[in-house]
Design a protein around this ligand. Structure first.
Ligand code: DHB
Length: 385
């Protein structure tokens, strides 16, 4: 996305992608696009298929005590979210870059980054990477570290300047992809005595479902039958709502953590997305937050190349972190409200239920959830340039 937006502004870039093209175009990841992420895709000319195939949702359901409560995004915020799998976004962006002569080197493993710090005299930043059995180097003006939580860019920043804020949750998600039409048109976030469950989807034929489980849950103990039985138990309503089952195509366990590294910049090295921050999946913010970083860095680089100003580059980390912390707060809050914690007593359980009752019963509280879920506005939406 960064490479695409920079290209539209006449700025060249090279993408080093560690995996082969087929891998990134089929790997199942996130699926919920915020209103602003959809707008950016459409406005930058890569949204045609998204607009044709994406499923527009104008609300979500919160389910607890065996009853359904809808949060109506359209009514509360005038906005919606779109279900469109991350690997489809990746396909559209790869196609757009290649069609415009963009350079993406697939299966290129970055080994080290050099000469990005302000103090480095005269030499430009470099990335050493392995590709097709050879070691190569890429020289550039700036490095955008979009290499994920386990990438090399964050560890390359001086330990003395990097501050890390972290929270691990004492549970994980057991996620499945199933070949069955979703049992609900909209997502269902369910709080149950036995733990959280989520009904989501990837298309009108494919359901994506999650169950709260231990953070180190062993999948061997989870037959397809046991998974469907547990899902049915957690989603059951007092008016007899039915979950449809079907063949399970994929199973996995997702650990849950919140993580922020700051600052998100050292000299000419910038961190974006999971390289700088991780959110627990509840609320589906990971991809959208990465896109928000891309927006900020694009504006800063345009400012640098078109106006010769480093002001926006200097503000990059602060501008990103303001949003990052709001999104961290929301993801932590959704996670805390909807999961059972180990050794929770009846007091905590009743506080969870009261919070859900309040969030679904109060227009003010519902609006707070809705405006975070559809995506907080960007500066450029609220303030003139
Ligand atoms: C999905 C994941 C989420 O974390 C979420 O909050 C909603 C949907 C998904 O994978 O579809």
């Amino acid at each position: 996305m960064l490479s695409h937006l920079l290209h539209l502004q006449g700025i060249d870039s090279v993408v080093l992608e560690s995996k082969p093209r087929e891998y990134i175009e089929s790997r199942i990841r996130a699926g919920v696009l915020e209103h602003g992420t959809v707008q950016l895709m459409v406005q930058s000319g890569v949204g045609a298929r998204l607009q044709r195939e994406g499923l527009v949702h104008t609300g979500v359901e919160l389910r607890f005590n065996g009853a359904a409560h809808r949060i109506d995004f359209a009514d509360l915020t005038g906005k919606s979210i779109t279900i469109y799998p991350q690997h489809e976004v990746v396909k559209d962006l790869v196609a757009a870059r290649l069609a415009r002569g963009g350079k993406i080197i697939f299966a290129a493993e970055a080994m080290s980054v050099h000469d990005f710090d302000k103090g480095a005299t005269g030499s430009s930043p470099k990335i050493r990477f392995q590709h097709g059995g050879a070691t190569e180097a890429l020289e550039c003006d700036f490095i955008a570290g979009c290499d994920g939580f386990h990438g090399i860019c964050r560890p390359a920043m001086p330990a003395a300047t990097l501050r890390v804020h972290e929270r691990e949750y004492p549970f994980g998600w057991l996620g499945i992809l199933a070949k069955v039409p979703p049992a609900s048109e909209e997502l269902i976030y369910c709080y149950h005595d036995r733990g959280f469950a989520l009904l989501s989807m990837r298309s009108p034929e494919i359901s994506r479902l999650y169950l709260q489980c231990a953070h180190d849950e062993n999948l061997d103990g989870w037959s397809d039958d046991r998974i469907w039985t547990e899902l049915r138990t957690r989603f059951a309503t007092r008016d007899g709502w039915e979950l449809r089952d079907g063949p399970i195509l994929q199973k996995g366990v997702t650990p849950m953590r919140s993580f922020v590294a700051e600052p998100m910049r050292q000299g000419k090295l910038f961190l974006l997305g999971d390289a700088a921050h991780i959110v627990p999946p509840t609320g589906a913010k990971g991809l959208n937050l990465a896109v928000a970083d891309v927006r900020v860095l694009t504006r800063a680089l345009v400012d640098f190349y078109k106006r010769g100003s480093s002001n926006e580059l200097d503000r990059y980390s602060d501008v990103c972190l303001r949003r990052v912390w709001k999104v961290q707060r929301f993801s932590w809050w959704m996670t805390s409200m909807l999961h059972r914690f180990p050794n929770e007593d009846s007091f905590s359980h009743n506080v969870h239920l009261a919070e859900l009752d309040y969030v679904t019963g109060s227009r003010a509280a519902s609006t707070a959830l809705a405006e975070n879920y559809v995506g907080l506005p960007f500066d450029e939406e609220t303030k003139p340039d």
